[in-house]
Design a protein around this ligand. Structure first.
Ligand code: ASP
Ligand code: MG
Length: 415
């Protein structure tokens, strides 16, 4: 008898019909002789609808009340799922995040799981129950309900799997797995059988829908995560810690595992700032204080003691960021602030790339041959990123996908 932890996303639970189908799948897993814990997201667009509702009565809804409100989305789906299972003849019980023993920090709207007490889940499993846990939520030491940030049910699921020492966490969603690129941009994208945690982290934060914190948790607790479709029985993609060794056997492999794309990018240039110690700190501290994260940063070589500084932020943060930067630049005297938002981020991702030669040059050559201008470049241990014009992103992504031998047959894969 194995302990199986499954998670179902909102689009797989959008209607009563969807819920009955998923209940059937859960029931079959139980019938196969497993103990089953299921983590559910809110049905369909419920979370967005609740946010809209709150914003229709208050400009800036109180954060504590907001978290209680948003937690109700997952409460609806876990109770309805338990009812659906019971009407199929299974013994099922729903648990809120608090009842499931999920303790969090107090940062409302983006709380972190601080600890997990699995006793209640264990005793329900001992009583032969299928346990349905409301995702995306927890409780602080002083019993305030919190939520874990958008897509947080993934994090709940991996935390539960790790705490119960399940062999893996199964995440069922509306895609068949993780692809070598976004199939909507790159028709020849292929589904991967497996991917390393670190590579996945880059792909997750660049658009593939998996909450990055869930991947980090999986990595820390060494809990493999299987991402697969909730409607067909395909094998999905296993995210785990061992792909590097497995793929490295034999001939020298292509280290690029995928192409990541992101259009939530804007650029801010501060021109004509004096080149002296403290400028970067003065500029970036107030941004950090506002919770605005800065990504690619380039400082030009200075001419006559003055320099330009260019960096990217999320496009959704641009207005706030520009405001902060303009404020600070006034103190610099003579500095000019220019912004642009028709940009995109394009990365090749793969472990071990920086130990090998030729990846960066091949990326740049491919873009050059396709007459795509690179605005900025940045690298990490496992990725090389270029900022390009958004209008050229799809063409650029397809060219890199071919150049790094990732193309499969043109498919009707949906993203
Ligand atoms: N319902 C929440 C959201 O839409 C959490 C989740 O789906 O994982 O962000
Ligand atoms: Mg959702």
């Amino acid at each position: 008898m194995a302990l199986v932890v499954q998670k179902y996303g909102g689009s797989s639970l959008a209607t009563a019909e969807h819920i009955k189908n998923v209940a059937g799948r859960i029931g079959r897993t139980f019938d196969d002789g497993n103990q089953v814990v299921v983590v559910v997201s809110a049905m369909g667009d419920t979370t967005d609808d609740l946010i809209d509702l709150a914003e229709s009565v208050a400009d800036q809804p109180d954060q504590r009340e907001m978290d209680v409100l948003l937690s109700t989305g997952e409460l609806v789906s876990c109770t309805i799922m338990a009812m659906a299972l019971r009407s199929l003849g299974y013994k099922a019980i729903s648990l809120s995040g608090a009842q499931a023993g999920i303790e969090t920090t107090t940062s409302y709207g983006q709380a972190q799981i601080a600890g997990m007490n699995p006793d209640r889940i264990m005793s329900e499993l001992d009583a032969d129950h299928i346990v349905i846990v409301a995702g995306f939520q927890g409780v602080t030491p002083d019993l305030n309900v919190t939520t874990l940030g958008r897509g947080g049910s993934d994090t709940t699921a991996v935390a539960v799997a790790a705490a119960l020492r399940a062999a893996r966490c199964e995440v069922y969603t509306d895609v068949e797995g993780i692809y070598t690129a976004d199939p909507r941009r790159v028709p020849k994208a292929q589904k991967l059988e497996e991917i390393g945690f670190e590579e996945m982290l880059e792909l997750a934060s660049y658009g593939v829908k998996m909450n990055p914190r869930s991947i980090e948790l999986g990595m820390v607790y060494d809990t493999p995560i299987l991402v697969a479709s909730s409607t067909d029985d395909g094998p999905g993609t296993l995210i785990h810690g061992e792909t590097d060794m497995n793929r490295d056997v034999g001939e020298i492999r292509n280290r690029v595992g995928g192409i990541a794309t992101d259009t939530n990018v804007a650029k801010i240039t501060v021109r004509n700032v004096r080149d002296r110690p403290g400028i970067a700190a003065n500029l970036f501290e107030p941004l950090a204080d506002q919770g605005i994260s800065v990504d690619v940063i380039v400082q030009n070589a200075s001419v006559d003691g003055a320099t330009d500084m260019t960096f990217t932020v999320k496009r959704t943060d641009l207005d706030r960021a520009r405001h902060v930067v303009e404020e600070v630049s006034r103190e610099f005297g003579g500095a000019e602030v220019i912004t642009a938002s028709d940009l995109a981020k394009l990365s090749i991702v793969g472990t071990g790339m920086l130990d090998a030669t030729g990846y960066a040059s091949k990326m740049f050559r491919t873009l050059a041959d396709n007459e795509i201008n690179i605005e900025m470049i940045t690298t990490s241990e496992i990725r090389i990123t270029c900022i390009v014009a958004e209008g050229q992103l799809d063409r650029a992504a397809r060219a890199l996908h071919s150049a790094f031998d990732l193309d499969g047959p043109e498919s009707g894969a949906t993203g």
